[in-house]
Design a binder for this molecule. Sequence first.
Ligand SMILES: C[S@@+](CC[C@H](N)C(=O)[O-])C[C@H]1O[C@@H](n2cnc3c(N)ncnc32)[C@H](O)[C@@H]1O
Length: 321
Amino acid sequence: MRLINGYWATGTLGTAAACDLFTHLEAGAATPAALAERAGIAPRGAQALLDGLVALGLVTVAEGRYRNTPEASAFLVADRPESLAGFARLKMGHMASLAALPDAVRAGGPVADAVVEIADNPHWEGLVQAIAAQTVPVAHLAAEALGLADAGRISVLDIGGGSGVCSAVWLGLNPDARAVQIDWAPINAIARRLLAERGVGDRVEHVDGDFHTVDFGDRDHDVVMYSNIAHQEGPEENQAIFTRARRALRAGGTLVVSDYIADDDRGGPPFALTFAGEMLLKSRRGSTWRRRDYRTWLTAAGFEDVRFLDTPSPTTLVLAR
Ligand SMILES: C[S@@+](CC[C@H](N)C(=O)[O-])C[C@H]1O[C@@H](n2cnc3c(N)ncnc32)[C@H](O)[C@@H]1O
């Protein structure tokens, strides 16, 4: 029953995020009446949401007073760099798209236009800002693994950089680093604004266009980032991009891939396996790829040293030299 009604969790969590319930709880509103008033919702609505959140383990109740759990406090209060509240709202809006899954399963892919392959798709505008919070801790881990803070005057190429979150983290840690981001023009416009707000905008160049065809350069960069992109691409596309990334790197440089990666026998991890269905719905050639797929493509592209780094999130990092 819990699995069959799984969409209740997405709906309850997305609605609570849309009403800023976690933010109001954090600020001290502790009763349904107080929350209803601050959120501008009906008292009956506030009670139903709170009941659902208690059931989901995101909120606790004692003597009629409600509080965020430590997880809700860390990840669902708005306006914190690692807040997933925007992502919870976004995913609630994606629920209806699952109605097309039976058709996609029958056809082996999307029956209408594939979302990820449409240039300048408004889908990205909501998505890149909502997923930035997920990328923040991963970007910090990669920075630590590569010693980026103390690496001096390095150049970073971010392929499909989205909100610019990796540049924001890495250039924030290293005042001498510079970055180039390739993405569609409307997304680069969002990144420009966010990077300026983070005080690093003057060190990032934006190249508008399709990363399948935009020139990556020849030994121009010390780090190439490919974050949350490999899953939308097919094997040939990933291998071709890794080959161009290898050419773009200076001697000793590193390609960083960040993605949901399946075990070689496709027996886990659960998040990566489930995400394959998302790519079936939204892309013609994407999937969650296995560690051995990455190894094969990277080796064919000329990388000799390939390391996988697990992170506390569903994301795995691949560091290739
Ligand atoms: C899932 S988002 C990842 C954003 C960012 N790398 C991150 O991890 O937060 C995918 C990004 O790739 C961009 N993108 C997808 N296909 C592209 C293409 N063919 N050419 C340029 N950018 C593309 C999208 O606009 C979006 O910003």
